[in-house]
Design a protein around this ligand. Sequence first.
Ligand SMILES: Cc1cc2nc3c(=O)[nH]c(=O)nc-3n(C[C@H](O)[C@H](O)[C@H](O)COP(=O)(O)O)c2cc1C
Length: 200
Amino acid sequence: MSKGLVLVVVFTLFSFVLPAFTAATEPSSNVTILVAYHSATGHTEKMAQGVVDGAKGVKGTVVVMKRVGQVTEQDLFSADAVVVGSPVYWSNMAGEVKSFFDNWQLKFGVFPEFKMRGKVGAAFVTGGQVAGGKEVTLLTILAAMLGNQMIVVSGGGAFGASATTEGESPGIDSKELAGARDLGKRVAEVAWIVKRGSAK
Ligand SMILES: Cc1cc2nc3c(=O)[nH]c(=O)nc-3n(C[C@H](O)[C@H](O)[C@H](O)COP(=O)(O)O)c2cc1C
């Protein structure tokens, strides 16, 4: 084979064949995370922004932040991970957040195919009191995700990120915000692990 022909073959290989092969074997270059929340007085929204910032710090991660009522079928099903935030209402998630989960079936029809199966899920909450039901609320959110066969992770705290917003600890302090960022980062990292390891 002449030198010229060898060069043409090598050039063709590097220009066309290898990139096409790589594209076919690698998953898409982004991970998409949906951060869905309810907030009446702004505290949970602040935590949502922290989760967004943490997730965005992981290269190649696209984040969509929306109030639960604004989430579309496309938002939900195109996300690789869903992080749900709620204020604590009577030691549980707010009605708006419960309706959001109910609508996964009533509006979007996730069952019986388990359309959310294999997506990463996580939770964050804010509550007025130190011991007013934050962990119960986190767990009820995670329970809804587990029922949908999602891959549930924590971060920030044992069951997710949380903040106390009233009494001696008004608003969201820097440590609580750091917990929210930690959660967002972890969700993005795990979503990448799941995506890279996907058989799809
Ligand atoms: C109807 C209602 C019920 C609440 N119940 C609780 C509760 O059980 N435990 C608690 O710690 N805080 C409770 N709170 C306080 C809120 O969880 C807290 O103010 C929260 O940070 C509000 O979040 P937001 O600013 O995002 O709306 C309640 C507030 C409302 C309006």
